[in-house]
Every structure is written in structure tokens, then in C-alpha cells.
Design a protein around this ligand. Structure first.
Ligand code: NCD
Ligand code: ZN
Length: 361
């Protein structure tokens, strides 16, 4: 669908929510970090910062140093201290020691540990090769100290069809993992299928899922509309319409297990428009307007606040943000490109029109 195609007549003119959070965000580092950080800080109070840098963020000390660089970038962008809090994560490897998990928990700065199956996505070479074989001690420690495991839920077996990788992951990894660690907090990141929705809805114990704006707005036809469209390519890849509908149903259902995670993942235009282009969609600049479009199309704008501002903090054991965010019904065109560290990034849905924008302050 077109994000701006929601009914323009009728409906509220403004939409005020408890300040939302982004529970899955790639901020990168260095000059790219500096280019993108304000896009998130203008809308969100906090964000879970993914650790897939090169080299990855594997220790508490790495996470602290990365957090300091993010805080410096925020200061340089003119964001008042404390207005946007980066919630750090560690990148799980085959060798993450349990002491590192405890150190991370005690730091108070690390809020999750991310599982990247080796080879699953951008910068995942250092990822886990066999979770239940190599990571038992780390998983024990995480279950013990209440550290959430954030899961990129796709198998990497080349014999499994790309579009089936999430469904197969549920059977091969998620079910055995949760049987062995029933009290472990697990977030099924960037859920993309009806199978994933059914699993999260029905599972017993502390399981939740993030859902991106692009998986709510687009099905896999967007990848091939009029030709090959690299800026719609992300992992997990967009799925068929029946899966998109299941995600919309989950996000707008009011079920507290589902919450907002943009998975905004900037890559330069050149890194995407090439023979072997990178996976990742840049959605941070217009994130809340994109989510509002998806919720309005489902006639469920009234459920956006729970999804964007309340369910995530409840799962992570944090209070909702103080303060609010207001969107206004004023059409805004998504630019063809945005500056990215002396280069440019093409945002998702570039050139399309959105019905909502952030209220000017
Ligand atoms: C992410 C990236 O570029 O870091 N890409 C993506 O397609 N989502 C990695 C990820 O979250 O899988
Ligand atoms: Zn991601």
C-alpha cells in the first residue's frame, strides 16, 4: 500500500501519544552515527541499539564505549542530555562467557543480548553457529539474571528457502531454546510471518516481538514493483500479503507482546544499488508517520500508543517515558535522499507522501 493512501477526510487532525521508544535500531558509528542520530532522537525517548558494528559490541566495556560515542553524537546534534537514552546490547558469540552477562546486567546500561545466527544478515560473521551447543553457560546466566535474549529468528541453512527461514527457525531453534530455558525473556525481533505471530501469541512465558513499519506497510511485491527495488530489501525479507495482514492484526490487537522496533538500518545508496546490495531499510526519519499510516489503514489509530509507547517498556521492566509526541495531519513527501556521512541514503518509500508528520515545535 501507499503510506499516504489512508483516508484523509475525517479522523483526528492531531495524534498525541506518550513519547514512544524504538526497541530495535541500528545507529552505526562515527560519521554515519552523527548523520542519523537526530532522526531517532526527535521522535523516541529511548532505543535498543543493535550491536552489529564491525567489530561487534561483545563486552560491557565495548557497550559502554559505544554508548559514550552515541551520547557525544547526541550532544553534537544539540539534543539535551537525557532526552534520548540509548539502551545498549551485547552481540552473542559462541564464546560469550557467563561472567560477561553478569557484568552487563550489573552495569545497568546493557538491556539485552542479541543472537545473530552466523551469516544471517549484515555483519553477522561473528554470530552463533549452534546456540544450544555453544551458548549454554551464557543462556543460563541470562535466564538467571533476567537479561533478555533478542533474536534474529532466521535459520541460515542454504537448503531452506529464503522466505521460509523464520518459520523453520521456530521449529529448529525457538521451540528447543524455550523448552530448555522457559524463564528466559525472549524478543523475537522484526517478526515477518503469520507463523511467527501465532508462535508469539500462543507461547507460554516471557516472549514478545518487535514489528517494523515496513513489514506492516509492504508485502514482497514491493521488491519487484516495475523492476528490482533494492531500497525495499531488508532481512528478514518482506513476505507475502497474508503474512503482512497477520502482522497488522498482531500490532493493532492490543496484545502487549507486540511492540515497535523500526530496524532502521542505514546503508549508503552505493552499498544498496550494486551487484550484491546490502540488506536494510532506512526508516528512522519518518518512523512514527509510517507506523501511523499502517495503524490508520487498519482503522486502529487508537491502538498505536500501546504498541509504540507502553508494551515495550512493560516487557523490559522500565517505566513509560515522561512527555508526549504529537503528530499532525499535514502531508509530507519523503525526500528522494538524505545526507549520510558525506554520502547519501535513500529512505524507504522515497518520493511517496505521508499523511502524518511530527508537529513542529
Ligand atoms: C540490518 C543491518 O543492516 O544492520 N539489516 C537488515 O536488513 N535488517 C541487520 C539486521 O537487523 O538484520
Ligand atoms: Zn536489525
Amino acid at each position: 500500500m501507499q503510506p499516504g493512501s489512508a483516508r484523509d477526510a475525517g479522523g483526528p487532525r492531531t495524534l498525541t501519544l506518550t513519547r514512544p521508544d524504538d526497541w530495535h535500531l541500528h545507529l552505526r558509528d562515527g560519521a554515519v552515527l552523527q548523520s542519523v542520530v537526530l532522526d531517532s532522537a526527535r521522535q523516541f525517548g529511548r532505543a535498543i541499539i543493535m550491536p552489529n558494528l564491525k567489530p561487534p559490541v561483545v563486552t560491557t566495556a565495548d557497550a559502554q564505549a559505544y554508548r559514550d560515542r552515541i551520547l557525544a553524537a547526541l550532544r553534537q546534534a544539540g539534543v539535551p542530555d537525557g532526552a534520548f537514552q540509548p539502551l545498549m546490547t551485547l552481540y552473542l558469540t559462541d564464546n560469550t562467557p557467563p561472567e560477561e552477562i553478569r557484568r552487563a546486567r550489573q552495569s545497568g546500561l546493557v538491556h539485552g543480548v542479541k543472537l545473530y545466527p552466523a551469516g544471517a544478515t549484515t555483519h553477522s560473521d561473528a554470530g552463533v553457529t549452534d546456540l544450544l551447543k555453544h551458548c549454554r553457560a551464557a543462556l543460563d546466566a541470562m535466564q538467571d539474571c533476567g537479561m533478555p535474549l533478542l533474536v534474529h529468528g532466521e535459520v541460515t541453512d542454504p537448503d531452506v528457502d529464503l522466505f521460509d527461514r523464520e518459520a523453520v527457525f521456530i521449529d529448529r531453534v525457538m521451540r528447543p531454546l524455550r523448552q530448555a530455558y522457559p524463564a528466559l525473556k525472549v524478543v523475537f525481533e522484526h517478526l515477518t510471518t503469520a507463523d511467527g505471530v501465532a508462535y508469539v501469541r500462543e507461547a507460554s512465558g516471557p516472549v514478545a516481538a518487535t514489528i517494523t513499519a515496513h513489514h506492516l506497510l509492504y508485502n514482497r511485491n514491493a521488491l519487484f514493483k516495475g523492476g528490482l527495488r533494492p531500497h525495499w530489501y531488508c532481512l528478514p525479507v518482506l513476505k507475502r500479503e497474508r503474512h503482512r495482514l497477520a502482522l497488522v492484526d498482531a500490532a493493532t490487537s492490543g496484545d502487549a507482546r507486540f511492540f515497535l522496533g523500526t530496524d532502521s538500518a542505514p546503508h549508503s545508496r552505493g552499498a544498496k544499488e550494486q551487484d550484491c546490495g546490502c540488506a536494510g531499510c532506512y526508516t528512522a526519519r519518518h518512523a512514527m508517520a509510517l507506523y501511523a499510516a499502517a495503524f490508520e489503514a487498519a482503522d486502529r489509530l487508537d491502538r498505536l500508543e500501546a504498541f509504540a509507547s507502553l508494551n515495550g517498556p512493560a516487557f523490559y521492566g522500565l517505566p513509560p517515558n515522561e512527555g508526549v509526541l504529537t503528530l499532525e495531519r499535514v502531508p509530507e513527501r519523503i525526500p528522494d535522499a538524505l545526507p549520510l556521512a558525506g554520502d547519501e541514503v535513500v529512505p524507504l518509500a522515497a518520493g511517496e507522501s505521508l499523511a502524518w508528520r511530527l508537529q513542529a515545535r
